[in-house]
Structure formats: structure tokens, C-alpha cells
Write a protein that binds this ligand. Structure first.
Ligand SMILES: Cc1cc2nc3c(=O)[nH]c(=O)nc-3n(C[C@H](O)[C@H](O)[C@H](O)COP(=O)(O)OP(=O)(O)OC[C@H]3O[C@@H](n4cnc5c(N)ncnc54)[C@H](O)[C@@H]3O)c2cc1C
Ligand code: FES
Length: 264
């Protein structure tokens, strides 16, 4: 984990409310593992001391990028920043996904909206190619399909309004695949990132069909480095449970360890 002032290389609108930000960070880029995040201080904000967490999307040479949705004042201010502007970032942070070993399980990735950002490096670095199930409310919420396809992955998109791919929830085609006796997928393992209800549904599917799963939990964060305890979630421990920090023990947890009855 490093704290560095980095320069913006580009910050462009991707679709609708989604932007791609590329920063030059030669010391950070080589350290990044799939599923890790950056904690970004957005200087133009009045409460700039409060950083915002974003999954690291892609790494290229001495740069890394994030894919973000404008939802509030921090991300709005970020979307107005220009190439050459500076940001303070702490990265890479958190415990990411386990990259499959050669010849081991076949990854099935499940992403909701900007959850797709956490998946790209895993897809790129996994020796086995699998299927990416991506869901969103509308067509504009389905991000970077073509980039996953160009890595050789199959992409199955769902939208709630039916404007792209299959109509419905992302868990429907996932269930069809897992239940299909003719499926070509051998030894599946699920990796998911998205809104909490989606993660919970993936966790239930994993439990019911006895498929291993890793979930990247989306909790509000303040410090991002394990000090403030804003981001804790209940994790099973023997017959009991304990709070663990999403920013440092997570954001990725084994699905069977999450004590869902205590998750908000
Ligand atoms: C580990 C992690 C990785 C993330 N990766 C990405 C990413 O790759 N791309 C991306 O666009 N966003 C990502 N987020 C969410 C992102 O951090 C928030 O959207 C951002 O902090 C909002 O800042 P803001 O100032 O614009 O919004 P605020 O003004 O602070 O809030 C605006 C709205 O956004 C909601 N919000 C704030 N934080 C979150 C959150 N963590 N999850 C869901 N809703 C939130 C608030 O409840 C409120 O409704 C990630 C969050 C975490 C914890
Ligand atoms: S955000 Fe402060 S402990 Fe996790």
C-alpha cells in the first residue's frame, strides 16, 4: 500500500453516468492484484479529506484506471477533473480475489453495474476463461462487454428493462448454467461484485449448489486502511461470528463465511 500524488492521464465519459479515469502511478501499478481498490482524495471537494474507494479496473504499463459512476458530490467533482490534474491515492488496498490456478476451477464472474470494474484484472490474469454474467437496470449499466469478449470470455448480459441481453436479473442465466447437466463448465467457481442483494443471491446459489464463491462486499468506507471500523461486516467464526473490516480483511470474502443475517 502506497500513498502517492498521481497525475490524471485521461478522464472520459464512457456511457451515461459512467466515466473512465486513467492515472499515471508507476510505483503502484505493478503491485495491483485483481479485486483490490484505490482510495482517492478528490481535491476540489470541500470535505476533500474524506476519500472515496474505487475498484482498480485495468493496469497498463505505469498507469491504472478506475471505472466510476457519478452518484454524488465526490464522483461529480471527479468527473470534472482534467488530464494533468493531480489526485492523492492510497493503493493498492484490500484483500482481492484468488486467481485460479492453471487447470483448476473454471471462473464464473457475476457483476452488477460498476461491479464489472473489479472483474477485469481477474478475467485477464485467470489461466482458465469462463463466463461473465453482467447485469444492470438498463443498457447503459452494462459496461465493457467488448473488452471481456476480446479477452476470450463469453459474456451473458441481462437488463431489468430488457433493453439489452436477456430481460431479468443477472442470477437467472447463472442459475441456468449451474443447473444445466449439458454445461461445458467443469468445476465452476463464482466470483461476484455488485450491490449487496445481488451478492446475497449469489451466496445463496453457491450454498445451494455447493459451488465455491468469493464475493467483493460493497460497504461504505471512511479511512480505507483498517482504523475507523466504518466498514465492518459480520463474518462467521466457529459457532459464533465476529466483525471484520471490508477495507482490510476484505473487500473479498469467501461466501460461506458471510453471516448474512447481520449484513445491512
Ligand atoms: C471496495 C469498493 C469499491 C468500489 N468500486 C467502485 C467502482 O469501481 N466504481 C464506482 O463507480 N463506485 C465504486 N464504489 C462506490 C463508490 O465508492 C461510491 O459510489 C462513491 O464513494 C460515492 O461518492 P460520492 O461523493 O459521489 O457520493 P456521496 O455523495 O457520498 O453519496 C451519493 C450516494 O451514493 C451512495 N454511496 C456512497 N458510497 C457507496 C457505496 N460504497 N456503495 C453504494 N452506494 C454508495 C450514497 O449512499 C448516496 O446515496 C466502490 C465502493 C467500495 C466500498
Ligand atoms: S474504512 Fe475505516 S476501518 Fe475500514
Amino acid at each position: 500500500m502506497l500513498e502517492r500524488t498521481v497525475q490524471i492521464v485521461s478522464n472520459e465519459r464512457s456511457t451515461d453516468a459512467y466515466y473512465r479515469l486513467v492515472v499515471r502511478a508507476p510505483e503502484i501499478a505493478p503491485l495491483i492484484q485483481p479485486g483490490q481498490f484505490a482510495h482517492v482524495r478528490i481535491a476540489p471537494l470541500k470535505d476533500a479529506l474524506l476519500r472515496r474507494p474505487f475498484s482498480i479496473f485495468q493496469v497498463q504499463g505505469d498507469t491504472f484506471s478506475i471505472l466510476y459512476k457519478t452518484v454524488g458530490k465526490g464522483t461529480e467533482a471527479l468527473s470534472r477533473m482534467r488530464p494533468g490534474d493531480e489526485l492523492s491515492v492510497i493503493a493498492p488496498l484490500g484483500h482481492g480475489f484468488t486467481v485460479p490456478q492453471p487447470g483448476a476451477e473454471t471462473p464464473l464472474l457475476v457483476a452488477g453495474g460498476y461491479g464489472m470494474a473489479a472483474m477485469y484484472l481477474l478475467a485477464q490474469r485467470s489461466p482458465q476463461k469462463g463466463i461473465v454474467f453482467v447485469g444492470g437496470r438498463r443498457r447503459v449499466d452494462i459496461l465493457c462487454e467488448a473488452e471481456f469478449q476480446s479477452l476470450g470470455w463469453q459474456v451473458r448480459a441481462t437488463t431489468e428493462d430488457g433493453s439489452h441481453g436477456e430481460k431479468g436479473l443477472v442470477t437467472q442465466p447463472l442459475l441456468e448454467e449451474i443447473r444445466n447437466p449439458q454445461s461445458a463448465i467443469r468445476h465452476p467457481k463464482l466470483f461476484a461484485c455488485g450491490p449487496t442483494p445481488m451478492l446475497k443471491a449469489v451466496g445463496q446459489i453457491a450454498e445451494e449448489y455447493k459451488v465455491p464463491a468469493e464475493l467483493s462486499m460493497d460497504e461504505h468506507m471512511c479511512c480505507g486502511v483498517g482504523v475507523c471500523l466504518t466498514c465492518v461486516i459480520p463474518i462467521k467464526s466457529g459457532d459464533d461470528w465476529e466483525y471484520q473490516r471490508t477495507c482490510s480483511e476484505g473487500p473479498v470474502f469467501d461466501a460461506k463465511d458471510v453471516a448474512w443475517e447481520g449484513v445491512k
